[in-house]
Design a protein around this ligand. Structure first.
Ligand code: ATP
Length: 344
């Protein structure tokens, strides 16, 4: 069966700027594909390439059709920048866009889907920013498309509204609608996407399920705490095999499994180390993003360049993210005969 979305070696240049540098991917029926990447990575350009709103080199096919032969009835598109007529109410707006198609969904049900049932009679221009974005999402749903392209759909939408939209998209995907979305919200991609693609400087650097990407690039579990005395913390953990990275008033210890937490805390107590806001964290998609885009958060909590990061043109990393400290941080691998993966 033809995959709903196929892109092969897609390239796009704007003058000297290479927006897409040979991107290939495919998306299956009912799949939610999340595209992430820094500002200017090429996400919008890829959405535009797939929906036929910009010309590219390479091959693009949606439901087997090239970009100039797409069936609008089957495609829902929410552009990143969308400026609908402002002196229409939310209901009139959905009616208006519904009228552009041979078949359209019932306006009231679309408004209910995006949480605008109570604001149906409000002019677009007087809706709040988040409500306006919901109305824009509604215009992409009104033709009951088989595939939805959503370029940063939840930007400006409050947390409850965002979660409601996630549920809606999950239920649409469960019914067979394919969803291709871009987002800067890592939680959104991790929660919603079956597969995530990370675009960096026009290249698709990695593609996989959130779990696969986290396993490959997320790094290690870590315990973080704030203390006025990082040196004593390093000394307390010196006989373990844990890597201890210190920053101003902050210490990060890796890898720390849940069963390691108690022994680490005991060692700190034995050495009289006073600390605050102890937090344990598993790596998540944000760690993947930081690794693959060449950044990392140092023990001071700042984002710094990671010299070991995968950069476009390289094969994605075989080696895990390193423990190299950024400016103002120190890293100590306390490996003097301690216990493997633990402290006791
Ligand atoms: N119409 C255009 N004319 C010239 N350059 C463009 C045009 N559209 C995009 N670009 C450039 O192409 C590159 C990719 O832009 P694109 O909008 O695809 O990035 P993006 O990943 O969607 O970014 P953001 O996260 O900020 O939305 C950028 O360097 C951008 O300046």
């Amino acid at each position: 069966m033809t995959e709903p979305v196929v892109a092969e070696d897609v390239r796009r240049e704007y003058g000297d700027t290479v927006a897409l540098d040979g991107v290939s991917l495919s998306v299956g029926t009912g799949e939610v594909f999340g595209l992430i990447g820094p500002n200017g990575a090429g996400k919008t350009t890829l959405v535009r390439a797939l929906t036929g709103t910009t010309e590219v080199e390479g091959r693009v096919a949606v439901f087997g059709e090239s970009a100039d032969a797409l069936d609008p009835q089957r495609i829902g598109l929410l552009p990143q920048s969308f400026d609908p007529p402002s002196r229409l109410t939310a209901r009139e707006l959905v009616d208006y866009y519904g009228g552009l198609y041979d078949e359209a969904r019932d306006t009231e049900s679309v408004l209910a889907d995006v949480g605008l049932a109570d604001d149906a009679d409000t002019w677009y221009e007087t809706l709040s920013g988040g409500q306006q974005r919901r109305a824009c999402v509604a215009t992409a749903l009104v033709n009951d498309p088989d595939i939805l392209f959503l370029d940063e759909p939840t930007t400006g939408i409050d947390p409850a509204g965002r979660r409601a939209l996630w549920s809606l998209l999950e239920s649409l995907a469960g019914g067979g609608t394919t969803v291709f979305l871009t987002t800067h919200y890592m939680e959104e991609a991790q929660r919603l996407a079956d597969r995530v693609g990370l675009l960096n400087a026009g290249e698709l650097v990695a593609v996989g399920s959130p779990a696969e990407l986290i396993a490959d690039y997320g790094g290690e579990t870590r315990l973080t705490f704030e203390t006025d005395d990082p040196e004593s913390a390093v000394a307390a953990l010196a006989e373990t095999e844990l890597a201890v990275e210190t920053g101003p008033e902050r210490v990060v210890v890796r890898p720390v499994t849940p069963t390691d937490i108690g022994p680490v805390v005991e060692l700190l107590a034995d050495h009289g180390v006073e600390y605050d806001t102890l937090a344990w964290a598993q790596p998540d998609l944000e760690d993947v993003y930081l690794t693959l885009t060449g950044e990392r958060v140092d023990a001071g909590g700042r984002t710094v360049a990671d010299p070991e990061a995968v950069t476009p043109g390289e094969s994605p990393g075989e080696s895990p993210p390193d423990e190299t400290a950024g400016e103002g941080t120190e890293s100590a691998s306390a490996a003097t005969g301690g216990r493997q993966g633990g402290t006791r």
